[in-house]
Design a protein around this ligand. Sequence first.
Ligand code: PLP
Length: 397
Amino acid sequence: MYNQHLYELGLAPSVIRELFSYGIQKAAEVGAENIYDYSIGNPSIPAPAPVNAAIKNVVDEIESTVLHGYSMAPGLVGTRDAVAANLKKRFGGDITGNDIFMTCGAAPALIMTMKALAVSAESEVLAIAPYFPEYKCFAENCGVKLRVLPADTAHFQVDLAALEGMITPETCAIIVNSPNNPSGVVYTEETLKGIADILTRKGKEYGHTICIIADEPYRELVYGDVKVPFIPNIYDNTIVCYSWSKSLSLPGERIGYVYVPKKCTDADAIMKAVSAAARVIGHVCPPTLIQRVIEVCVDEMPDLKAYEENRDLLYQSLTEMGYECAKPDGAFYLFVKAPNGNDWEYSEKAKLEHNLLVVPGSVFECPGYMRLSYCVSNDMIKRSLPAFQAMMDKIKK
Ligand code: PLP
């Protein structure tokens, strides 16, 4: 006996993982240098040196049963205080360690937050296409309906009029992911203020708050002078789900947090519900070792030079070939229009004919586009360019 629904979910292939596995298998046949794998978002820059130094230090200095022991469920006091001090320094506001709940990355943070906000089985959470496809599984876990706002393919910002029309009395939250996976676009202050106005208006109309869940694993991955607005400074009822997976290149260490601002309506109750949600899903506490490391490395920033060079090379080369894409200001993704209009066909042909692995935009509910993860070597990008050109030439013929 087993759960039929989960069994079927287990059978459903993850397109991204399948492409990634294909690349590994094919590399054994044709050589890794002949595979151009843009499938997966695994950081390719090393964690900053102080992070590795801190790992060594905590191993040397902290007694083993303490270092490898449980922490309190919301996380270590020192780590939560350090996170709060960092946020306060950068974004202002009345933030203390009690407003922070440490998690094993953004994924459980999002699940806990959705669970904490969902009022009933009728509750709805909105996502904005293109979006991280795991939101679907997370919402399902929380027993809420995920409704998706179609993509604004003109600029990959948000179609505010359409958003307003989608909100119902059952809407409890909207997930806002900026810099965005998969478009790489940073939502402007104007877009975020527009969302905030709508939520304020609709919240008054329906007599309850509608939260923004700010999904922020890419907050620090932003290029040039572009600023990522801090959403709690724009809309009070914002709950932040953060992760160091991408910013410090630590996805395997599983560390992040939920931040519930005090000014959020029912902040205390929401924090208690987040903490109960953690229990319900068996999220005991993140590893103590990595919490200790974050405590001392919380002010570290990634060196984005390699990603920025990759973005510039890929964006410039592809647009010169005639590909169209919104210039990404953040994250490490490029979201390119499939020149033949068919993302599945382009992805399949590119894979079979050129060992070029790109993810169809349909996976992110945005057909006709393809996601390229450029957290790869600059050399691989250079070697892959003839394959992109050959694909374009065939389509133009
Ligand atoms: N949200 C987005 C938009 C992501 O791209 C990812 C991971 O790729 C996550 C959440 C989950 O991140 P984490 O590794 O912190 O669980």
